[in-house]
Design a binder for this molecule. Structure first.
Ligand code: ACO
Length: 397
């Protein structure tokens, strides 16, 4: 009797689906997932093949345009992205206003939102050309902004982009300040970095992408829509899990404590969850996690750190969870965040930057979905609710 029947629409089907477990909010041609079989396709191409044969920027082109680049398209795309890697000088001043120890995700969210105040020349969201320029700007500037967040956090001067480097090399250069020759960047590390961006590029209607679509459906400025996506990504149940995995491994501290943590994860009265395990859609091995695991092994071998105590805990945890009755019955497999955190730690990226790197890779997915939505007829997103509050009553007196 607390449901206001007059609110129920006269047409269509009224559903109550907390967490949107069985609600499709849109049509999309970008990414296909079969969670039961562990399949992930971008524009029809399996993620495993893209990881092996493509690279991040080519995958960006594919997600944005729907087809792989042909002829000179790949080179031209690279050139266009290179043209946009710099950020306005005022962004540096904007960044300097953040507290010295602000979390890099807080800074990224703020600075990307602030970008909406810098670009007025291309803000007709109904013009496909303007939407494309916005996508190029975001793909190009995200590594620059991400690295600036890191430098501010550690109190070092910002590094300018070097467009003679590849996308991932350039990011590593701006992060670590290595001299500007590609030979100074370990190719295995640069390849792993590129793979990290590629494997995070898109994942259909996850919380952050749905947030970008919802914000965009009101006609809002795209930079502020992406800032909304960054905010949604930050939580530990979503992109923040990669940081949470490393913190959990540090908390476990020793292999002898693993059983205690597994016990806690299974205890219904304990809110603790094994970070990096489980996924809303995948009830099988996440195909990205499989690729990430292989890359992880290659990076650890290259850097000669297979015996790092945290990495040993991670391997043991993975093995136990894969055999444990509870995790098997609930189909809780290691997800992409489990291995990505280990790779990033191995290549020297500080934990606070993990989710920023996820956001950098995911930017193309967010902007591709925003662009797809605006390229087709759409309505403002407006979910309904089941009202469970007080019935109508009179104000006292
Ligand atoms: N550890 C222990 N138990 C778990 C875990 C976990 N990591 N994940 C799910 N469960 C249990 C739940 O307690 C629940 O048990 P119940 O059926 O007895 O109530 C059951 O498995 C189903 O869990 P839900 O929370 O209903 O699953 P949902 O689809 O809502 O959540 C999520 C998915 C958020 C990813 C969850 O598995 C989780 O919190 N994992 C840890 C955080 C994490 O790794 N997030 C990254 C996700 S991937 C990404 O964003 C890129």
């Amino acid at each position: 009797d607390v449901i206001d029947i007059s609110q129920v629409p006269k047409t269509g089907c009224w559903t109550y689906d907390p967490g949107f477990g069985s609600t499709a909010a849109c049509e999309s041609k970008i990414t296909y997932i079969d969670g039961e079989k562990g399949i992930l396709l971008h524009r029809g191409y399996p993620i495993e093949q893209l990881a092996e044969k493509s690279n991040y920027l080519e995958t960006c082109y594919l997600l944005l345009h729907g087809e792989l680049p042909v002829g000179t398209e790949k080179e031209n795309f690279q050139k266009i992205i290179n043209q946009h890697t710099m950020v306005n000088r005022s962004i540096e001043q904007f960044m300097s206003g953040f507290r010295y120890d602000a979390h890099p995700m807080a800074m990224l969210c703020g600075v990307v939102g602030a970008m909406s105040s810098f670009y007025h020349d291309s803000m007709d969201i109904n013009d496909p050309e303007h939407r494309l320029i916005t996508a190029h700007r975001l793909i190009a500037k995200m590594p620059t902004l991400a690295a600036m967040c890191h430098k501010h956090f550690i109190g070092q001067p910002y590094m300018y982009p070097d467009n003679s480097l590849s996308y991932s090399e350039n990011f590593l250069h701006m992060m670590f300040g290595t001299p500007c020759e590609p030979s100074n960047i370990n190719p295995v590390v640069a390849k792993a970095m590129d793979l990290l961006f590629l494997l995070h590029a898109d994942h259909e209607q996850n919380a952050s992408t749905s947030t970008v679509r919802l914000a965009g459906s009101s006609g809002a400025n795209p930079f502020s829509c992406i800032a909304a996506g960054i905010a949604a990504l930050w939580g530990p149940a979503h992109g923040g899990a990669n940081q949470a995995v490393l913190e959990m491994l540090e908390q476990i501290g020793d292999e002898k404590h693993i059983d205690g943590f597994i016990k806690r994860a299974k205890d219904k009265d304990d809110p603790f969850r094994l970070m990096g395990f489980g996924h809303r859609v995948y009830k099988n091995f996440d195909p990205r996690a499989k690729v990430m695991k292989e890359a992880c092994d290659a990076v650890l071998a290259e850097l000669g750190i297979e015996n790092d105590p945290l990495l040993k805990i991670a391997k043991r945890l993975e093995q136990i969870a894969l055999e444990d009755e509870y995790f098997v019955a609930k189909k809780l497999y290691p997800n992409v965040d489990f291995y990505s955190g280990i790779i990033m730690k191995a290549i020297g990226i500080p934990t606070e930057m993990f989710t920023v790197i996820f956001a950098t890779g995911r930017t193309v997915g967010w902007i591709s979905h925003w662009n797809e939505m605006l390229s087709n007829p759409y309505r403002i997103g407006r979910p309904r609710q089941l009202y469970t509050g007080s019935p109508k009553r009179d104000y006292p007196g």
